[in-house]
Design a protein around this ligand. Sequence first.
Ligand SMILES: [Zn+2]
Length: 413
Amino acid sequence: MAETRPEIDGERLLGDLEALARIGATPQGGVNRIAFSPADLEARQWVEEAMRAAGMEVHRDPAGNTIGTYPGREPGLAPIALGSHTDTVPNGGRYDGALGVIAALASVRALHAAGQRLRHPVEVINFVAEEATMGGGTFGSRAMAGLFDPASIHHEAVDGRPVAEHLRSAGIDPEAVATAARPAGSLAAYVELHIEQGGVLDKAGVPVGVVEGIVGIRRYTAVFEGEANHAGTTPMDGRRDALVMAAPFVLAVREIAVAHGIVGTVGTLRVSPGASNVIPGRVELTAEIRGLDEATLDAAEAALQARAEADGAAFARISAKEPVVSDPAVVAAVETACRDLGLAYRRMPSGAGHDAMCMAAITRQGMIFVPSRRGISHSPEEYTAPEDCVTGARVLLGTLLALDAALDSTGEG
Ligand SMILES: [Zn+2]
């Protein structure tokens, strides 16, 4: 049989997105598919049936992740996986997660329709409970990547019930979730198409973002001690106003972030005693910075610390989440796909966490972004133009084909 080049069926893809958006649809035009709710389970079922129709074998792992497998032609090669999630935040949008799963499905359907098998098996993974409705996000991918914390089944879900109860009602044994872990190297690669959820691509008019990595996040406290006193009787030259001491630092966080090419935010400010007739005696603020490069974060952190201490504050780091850099082979495959399709693209970081971040623990991974109109997400207003959805799927399929050709049998290609 002559081989035809597999092509994404754009109409079918948009029809699938519509169909999925009807499951859990809200009157505002959004979607309510909180993990393990009846709508979520119905959507998972819908995806499983679509997987079977596209020639895949389907199973659920002990964490509740759905894995569809399309066989490859070279024995012994580890699968290349494509995926995302179909659960949503409460009153969320129709594209976050859903597009990645539907596009993965469309990629395999394209192979199936062309009667083509790749060298590697292809997996489509619909991760369970990606959104932070189960006391934390990326529940399913953490389990698959061996990062699952057994204590998390006792956390409180968004509705106040324990996570374990949600799992049981969905037919998942909470004690068995950790056994969903797959060994490092059991996949040749993982690729995720996702909406950007920010406004960079939309503003630039660029259809594709090649994700260089998922940013690291560092959080700090800075405490300024002044002296609380009467706001009426204390002359201006005799004051030690903690908020006046803190104000330049708030501006410095912005300046330091800009100077290092990262983002920086002061998100909370606690002014004590907090009365309009009392000079602030103490200010405690939290600042965070996010960036892709550890050395840059180190440099920004040193600058923040020096500045805070010069301003008279006690400065401390309260948390640090490392950046997860995309695998160069996956980034190269996405760029190859864009060039083959004649598409403009931009390299960019992801400012939000995704399943791909967890999968980095067991395989090479990368992501593709498509524009979010006005950068709005986690809202019924979330929108990605139909042509951008189809373009994203074509890039995903192109990336799959490029990786299939580039990766060698050991998965070390
Ligand atoms: Zn998502």
